[in-house]
Design a protein around this ligand. Sequence first.
Ligand SMILES: [Zn+2]
Length: 190
Amino acid sequence: MPLPIAHSLISAAVFVTYKRGLSIRDDLKGLALFAFAGLFPDIDFITVPFTGFGGHRGVTHSFAFAFVAAAILYMVVSYIRRKKESRLWLFLFIAMAVHPLCDFFTYDYLVERGGVMLFYPFSQSYFESPVSIFMGIELRYLETILSLHTLQAVIREALLSGLVLVAAIYLKTGSLRRVFDARRSDIEES
Ligand SMILES: [Zn+2]
């Protein structure tokens, strides 16, 4: 699986395409919300050992789960903000659905059943791309976690997903510096 680095940075890229008048300084809550959405499918990493239900990259790594979980998250956020904006639901769904897609494009060391259960409940098969974008890490053994391979996987993941984020900011705003330096009030005035 990609590490939280890729999931967070790519979710941030989804947030960038969603947000109008983006200002990193003023939008930290929004970024955190999208990072949460993008990481949420890995909740099974925590719940499976306790509940015994399902397996990692199972139900929570399906488009159907992203659909339902994004709807619930959207309702909670709309209630707190006292404001409804259906675009937000769509982009939260994208942030959650991109997670299993990234896992799909990651080499899975769990070769006996690699991949993700993308199409649950229509299919309980695990799908994995024959071509990997992310390297994947063997997480079951300490010696494979603490290895040069892991370091390479982390660097590759950070570079690729960082590039996606930078490209999203640049395509959306035409300027990187302005997004990081400016406050929203400055952006709206100009
Ligand atoms: Zn995952």
